[in-house]
Design a protein around this ligand. Sequence first.
Ligand code: AMP
Length: 593
Amino acid sequence: MEVIVGIDLGTTNSAISLVRETSPEVFRNERGLATLPSVVGFGANGQLLVGESARNQALIAPERTVKSIKRKMGEEIKVSVAGKEYSPQEISAIILRTLRELAESALGHAVVKAVITVPAYFNENQREATRLAGELAGLNVVRIINEPTAAILVYEPHSERNERILVYDLGGGTFDVSIVQIERGVIEVLSSHGDTHLGGDDFDELLLNYVCDEFSEEHGIDLRKIPVAQSRLLQAVEEAKKRLSTEVVAEISEEFIAEKDGQPLHLRTEITRGEYEDLIAPLIERSIACIDAAMSDAKLLPTQLDRVILVGGSSRTPMVQNLLRNRLEKEPHLEIDPDLCVAMGAAVQGALIAGRNVGTLLVDITPHTLGIESLVKFSMARTELQTVPIIHRNSPLPASRSEMFRTATPGQAAVQIRILQGEYTEPERNESIGEFLLEGLDTDLDEESEVIVRFDLTLDGQLKVSAIDRTTGRENFITVNSAMARFRTAEGARASTALAEAFGDSAKDAPSSAGSAEPSEKAASAADSGLSSETTQLIAKARRLLPSASKEDEAEIRELIDVIQGCAAQGNQSGLDVASGKLIDLLFYVEDR
Ligand code: AMP
């Protein structure tokens, strides 16, 4: 069986994946890590460093380290590393070769063919540079595909539905949003916007400044001026940032971070999710502005979107998800690991090219939102009992998440925690699945007490809900065994992504675009049977573009379709590849006019 790996060559992180059985698997290194930081460097003794080791020395030895080379792909420049000059393709090739070797050592044989992903906005030069980097790494790049297309493929390798999907991709260094259309199995990017300098690294920097300002105020020392301290802190704040995606408070603690008057100084501080969100809100708003631009380019309203898919590690940030929920009125999907989704999609594409059978990925998710009843203040005069979601539907299992609540009045002695399951804001419309009382709060307090409510939902469907009073540390909890049983019997808990869709946002059929199908399409589908779904998609797209092609192009498209079908019938794979390549180039040209 032909092996075609899928590679996500990212600005911050990269990953490699393969469909071995029927679903994509991501290769992990000896430490179990599935993503490789896209950083290349040379150590003090000249040894090549790729990935984490290079990233760790980036702040201490910037002259020997290269980060974010993807931003330079396609440019006629050289970057200087440890006194030597390299082209962006050469640096990318080092990352690609490391990934190839990772796959080869896991598989025990050579890996030659690959599908590599690029951002939808990459121009021809940038795509060509990526292909060249692959070749330099000893790979035959059988296809370059758009990252949002890859993300969709992993969710739905054989989509027959007509849909419009927004893919929100917030990684470490870049942000991309694409509006993608699936029509008769053909995936097409309608519009794409982004910000090449917006991502989790910026969040880290804001947190770093916050912590350093605090430290400087207390000790009069700016840790940003001490490279080793800054490097350590950067790792610590990134960890804290990740914790804040599930916890409401994160502690940052670094011993012996600096010295003053010969005495060691320690850094110990706490940041709440609320404080962190205040810091990053302007950056997230920038991503929302890009969404508006992409929607307007695609001439679509939020109501015309069928789905929102989250990609990139930073899309795990709760504030991002909440904003998307509110603005687009859709429950965003992030069942499939957003760090690995693009690489897995590239592997799906590779498998489709190889004519392999690709199954739908099974993911355990919670099909219902779980939350608690809480009094929500709209103004001094108006309060309302509402359901406050804690674990949103479509969350992959196991899921843990906490939220901070305040008591209704200062000096309140106890709070009743009522656990609700369902999608409605009005508590009475949801199902109440348990409740308990947290007593012993500090009644002498002048302000409302802060109570952290934490939900832990296991794969088996057991839900543990705990509540802790921040002032007194008093805690109580309840375990609801039936949380999943209720929907397991009702709908089945092991939901495929397709099934998850049914629970989630209604998947309406997008209006079919006029004149997009040839009358002969049904008849032609017989000749298409036996083709890989990748080729079928290509032919469907070609037929759809026939009306906009010139007479000569139309004749050439028809001829190439015939050649592809002929080669497929004869099992002539190389002929099929050549003709498919020609057809792709021609369609690109026809589409562009
Ligand atoms: P990517 O380039 O897609 O791998 O995304 C990497 C970025 O995602 C980095 O900035 C990470 O710090 C960030 N990231 C990873 N996990 C989380 C998380 N749980 N919450 C927030 N950001 C995260």
